[in-house]
Design a protein around this ligand. Structure first.
Ligand code: NAD
Length: 335
């Protein structure tokens, strides 16, 4: 039996994991894992964390001192874990590399469709008895050029759906994919992708190299009026630069499911509080910006898969088996 402390838990985490604990023992904390909450993991074998938990060198040192030897991520991205420090402190790190790429890809498509046809505005209007079409003019997706940054599991799922619209698909990835090429996706340089896309959708991981991939320089290279979609990680986009570009009328519209400072906001009901983050407050009032709070992954199919694979990770850890879901500097050959 492995004793696991869950951090950043919501009601749905509890309900999925409580009924599927197998032989393991779980305790659920609502708080994020960070320096001053790490102590809660004392007496546990491992911690189970999500996208905004802070698994940095300080936290890993503290976990190791308490003999906590497993960090199990309930997500695919592991940019919030210091893998070098994990190795140094002999802490194993496991993740859920693919639970449902389609869930995130379909959410990106939903965001694009919403912005293109203004259905979010139409919904509110009609509920208030306003049946006017004034200022609801949309645009066809058909015939447009969609650019994809990162054609891994999610980028490919996105490309397969987008292909059905009758669009030109272009992409940028360091490792072009044969299947994508067969489907007609044309790989270009990053600058060519920026210049050619009517809609640009980000599906690469956050790494030191991709941090602020979208900045004032790259925004200037995008087509005037283009749509930017980020369902990957907030820090891929320099928020201040995006706000400037929207204000100048260069960036045509923006859809984000992730946000640079999301750890202070997302997954919580702040509706009765004052939002102190001026950048998100500014984004929230643009008529051409659509924000969702990191819900790309959030389907029942995904939650079932995340639970199943995470419990399997606990089994592997307890049995001392190497897991295909392990992440480490050695396996990545790079940290
Ligand atoms: P993946 O590893 O299968 O694919 C990532 C792709 O990005 C790879 O093809 C890789 O070669 C490419 N890439 C890496 N560095 C790049 C760079 N500098 N420029 C261009 N391409 C680059 O990952 P995935 O499962 O497709 O997930 C992609 C990202 O989606 C995750 O890292 C995570 O940040 C995000 N995500 C978001 C949600 C959500 O709920 N919104 C859910 C799951 C994953």
């Amino acid at each position: 039996m492995a004793k696991i402390a869950f951090f950043s838990t919501q009601s749905y985490d509890r309900s999925f994991f409580e009924g599927n604990s197998g032989k393991h023992q779980f305790e659920f904390f609502e708080t994020r894992l960070k320096k001053n909450t790490a102590q809660l993991a004392d007496g546990f074998d491992g911690v189970c964390v999500f996208v905004n938990d802070q698994v940095d060198a300080g936290v890993l040192k503290k976990l190791a001192e308490m003999n906590v030897r497993l960090v199990a991520l309930r997500c695919a991205g592991f940019n919030n874990v210091d893998l070098k420090a994990a190795e140094e402190h002999n802490v194993r790190v496991m993740r859920v590399p693919a639970y449902s790429p389609e869930a995130v890809a379909e959410h990106a498509i939903a965001l694009i469709m919403t912005l293109a046809r203004k259905t979010h505005k139409a919904f509110v209007r009609v509920r208030e008895g306003n049946f006017s079409l004034e200022r609801l003019t949309g645009f066809n997706i058909h015939g447009k050029t969609i650019g994809i940054v990162g054609t891994g599991k999610i980028g490919q799922a996105f490309a397969r759906v987008a292909n059905g619209f009758g669009v030109t698909l272009i992409a940028y990835d360091k490792y072009p994919d044969k299947e994508m090429k067969k489907m007609g996706v044309e790989y270009l340089s990053f600058d060519e992708l920026l210049a050619g896309s009517d809609i640009l959708s980000l599906h690469c991981p956050l790494t030191p190299e991709t941090n602020h991939l979208i900045n004032s320089g790259s925004l200037a290279k995008m087509k005037k009026g283009a749509m930017l979609v980020n369902t990957s990680r907030g820090k891929l986009v320099d928020t201040a630069a995006v706000i400037d570009s929207l204000k100048d009328g260069h960036l045509g519209s923006l859809a984000i499911d992730v946000y640079e400072q999301e750890e202070k906001l997302f997954f919580r009901d702040l509706s009765e509080l004052i939002i102190r983050d001026d950048q998100i407050a500014r984004l929230m009032i643009f008529p051409n910006v659509l924000i969702t709070a990191h819900q790309g992954f959030f389907t029942s199919e995904s939650l079932e898969e995340i639970t199943r694979i995470t419990v399997k990770n606990f089994d592997d850890y307890e049995a001392g088996r190497l897991s295909e879901n392990e992440v480490s500097c050695k396996l990545l050959k790079n940290c």
